[in-house]
Design a protein around this ligand. Structure first.
Ligand code: HEM
Length: 148
């Protein structure tokens, strides 16, 4: 009977080992979400804080935000970036077309805002790959935001 027990243990070990190997392989192949690579919600919140302060100080575009209630605006931006990067948040603000309707945002204004964001991402040493991916998510929103 001893050999039977050994056989059962042997087979079970093999099954367990091959199970681990598969899981490990899958883990290695599945890249983390952009949200995770950015550092999750704390990192996104820090980025939005710095970015909004930069926009508020940017004389090229800060007139647009003269009447903005900053804390809820920041919270919406965090949720939007969190969701768009694959995080667990749900953005419940307006769609980009409605949110920017009638503001008269020009391409130059959009470029200025992106420049401020890039300065923030560089300050936080966000790697080129993640920076490119985030800008790749936001860039296509230009057509809904620019109206001039
Ligand atoms: C990819 C670029 C941009 C993103 C992701 C973005 C995102 C947002 C979001 C999430 C809101 C809040 C919507 C809501 O209240 O439900 C918002 C509002 C607003 N955005 Fe943008 N925006 C972008 C570009 C711009 C640009 C270029 C300007 C002007 C220079 C601008 C000016 C504003 C203003 C003035 C508001 C209203 C803020 C308030 O007073 O509540 N946005 N935007």
């Amino acid at each position: 009977m001893q050999w039977k027990r050994r056989l059962v243990i042997g087979v079970l070990s093999l099954v367990a080992l091959s199970g681990c190997a598969t899981t490990g392989e899958q883990m290695a192949m599945q890249e983390k979400s952009l949200y995770d690579r950015l550092g999750g919600k704390p990192a996104i919140t820090a980025v939005v804080d710095d970015f909004v302060a930069r926009v508020a100080a940017d004389r090229r575009i800060n007139r647009f935000f003269a009447n903005t209630d900053v804390p809820p605006f920041k919270a919406k931006l965090v949720d939007q970036i969190c969701e768009a990067s694959g995080g667990p948040c749900k953005y419940t603000g307006k769609d980009m077309k409605t949110a920017h309707a009638g503001m008269g945002v020009a391409n130059a204004d959009f470029d200025a805002l992106v420049e401020d964001l890039v300065t923030t991402l560089d300050k936080f040493k966000v790697p080129a790959k993640e920076k490119g991916e985030l800008l790749g998510v936001l860039g296509p929103m230009r057509k809904d935001i620019v109206s001039k």
